[in-house]
Design a protein around this ligand. Structure first.
Ligand code: ADP
Ligand code: MG
Length: 430
């Protein structure tokens, strides 16, 4: 077998922005090689230079230093072999789906023929050629975005957080559509580079995950994801890889089960959730963004934020439990994951938060309980009774309040205050 050929090589690529005193190093000495057949995900906190790298690769800007080789040749000007799909694809509202897709061909001087119709068909929008963007859902509009990107048959497809502006269900179905196009060879694309802030998404889709950190933007880890497709999110192998990536991003060295305890009803200590309102947690993480080195003395922070020390300690405990911060010598320090969360949009925060709490034993337990229940619903009292086997009465109630609060924020759970019924947000196969 011949070795897969490198499609793209970045050699010691650095990018500075600004001038004079404002000059700063946004990307420092990045080395990256993409080979034929690879699907690579780029993960890292916002501001670490992910979009900058995509623009350099697409030839939309040239790096301050370093070399970009495309199939061994120095890249000059716009890279004709790649296109970028953005988070929200700017469609022209006065043009139909077909006209929007054709525009990508016209821009590249490619004859129109039937390619746009085929691309629209491939993304599953057959029959919507003459619809206008306003008539489409968010997910369908992003499909037009994909059609517009694949119609010129790029060898290298770059994706900049392409699913993060979509609701959970549309995002998931679009992910599966893209994987099908890629894995079944239905598009002539030779490699995919996808920027993501979502670790499960990266493990679900990519063969390799490149982790970046910032100040300055650089690559800190390069992990292989050796799972066959289709991947099972709930499988042990999948979860172990998600853990590994989280540990890399959170800078953790301890196995997570030591920190998070066991589920109710299992041997071992059930770790309770700290009493924390998610908005306060977000406030704490945001405050840390403004501290030098993202680090602050815990007690000084308490007085700055006008919190009493109990409140602050609960917040710190929650931040540690979720991998957003670590504590050392009386200081709290943001992890790269915590930075990512603090800087993310509300939707992205919910996603990150959901992936974090889904891994806590007490949430695994409640999710499993609901999945197994009749119609996947349970009354407050029933759950409270179950928690009562583990916790003293007042504490059981407090824990259930927290489960509902956190689960609602993460859009994993729905609770109806009138009927006192808790259920899963998205119905799951039993
Ligand atoms: P990411 O996509 O990982 O969030 P970006 O590549 O957008 O990161 O940005 C990296 C850093 O460079 C950030 O600090 C950002 O503010 C800065 N930056 C990006 N583009 C420009 C620009 N055109 N001019 C000045 N600074 C920029
Ligand atoms: Mg970006």
């Amino acid at each position: 077998m011949t070795e897969p050929q490198p499609i793209l090589q970045l050699k010691q690529v650095s990018q500075e922005y600004g001038s004079g005193e404002r000059r700063f190093l946004a990307v420092d000495n990045v080395e990256l090689t993409l080979k034929e057949g690879e699907y690579v995900a780029l993960l890292g906190p916002s501001g670490c230079g992910k979009s900058t790298l995509l623009r350099i690769i697409a030839g939309l800007q040239s790096a301050t230093r370093g070399e970009v080789l495309y199939r061994g040749e120095h890249l000059r000007g716009v890279n004709p072999y790649t296109t970028i799909v953005f988070q929200t694809f700017a469609l022209f509202p006065w043009l139909t789906v077909l006209e929007n897709v054709n525009l990508a061909l016209q821009a590249k001087g490619i004859p129109l023929e039937n390619r746009a119709v085929e691309a629209i068909d491939r993304v599953g929008l057959d029959g919507f050629e003459s619809a206008y963007p306003r008539e489409l859902s968010g997910g369908m509009r992003q499909k037009v975005g994909f059609a517009r990107a694949i119609v010129s048959e790029p060898e290298l497809l770059c994706l900049d957080e392409p699913f993060s502006a979509l609701d959970v269900l549309s995002a998931e179905s679009l992910r599966r559509d893209l994987l099908e196009l890629w894995n079944e060879g239905l598009i002539p694309t030779k490699a995919i580079l996808m920027v993501s802030h979502n670790i499960e998404e990266a493990v679900f889709m990519a063969d390799r995950i490149v982790v970046m950190d910032k100040n300055p933007g650089r690559i800190v880890a390069d992990l292989t994801i050796p799972l066959a497709h289709p991947r099972q999110r709930k499988s042990t192998e999948f979860q172990a890889l998600v853990d590994q990536v989280y540990a890399t991003m959170a800078g953790q060295t301890q196995p997570e089960h030591l920190e998070v305890g066991t589920a109710p009803g299992e041997p071992g200590l059930t770790r309770s959730l700290p009493t924390v309102v998610i908005n306060d947690l977000a406030g704490l993480l945001e405050a840390l963004l403004h501290e030098p080195e993202f680090q602050a003395d815990i007690y000084r922070l308490a007085s700055d934020l006008q919190l009493n020390s109990d409140q602050l300690l609960s917040l710190v405990e929650a931040a540690e439990l979720l991998g957003f911060a670590t504590v050392k010598e009386g200081d709290i320090v943001l992890t790269p994951l915590g930075e990512t969360f603090a800087e993310a949009s509300i939707l992205a925060r919910k996603e990150i938060f959901a992936t974090r709490i889904r891994r806590l034993p007490i949430f695994k337990w409640i999710m499993a309980l609901l999945r197994a229940a009749d119609q996947q619903r349970l009354g407050w009292d029933v759950i409270l009774a179950a928690l009562g086997l583990e916790f003293p009465p007042q504490e059981a109630e407090r824990q259930l309040d927290l489960i509902v609060d956190w689960g609602r924020y993460a859009e994993l759970l729905v609770y109806d205050d009138d009927t006192a019924i808790l259920q899963l947000e998205a119905p799951q196969p039993a």
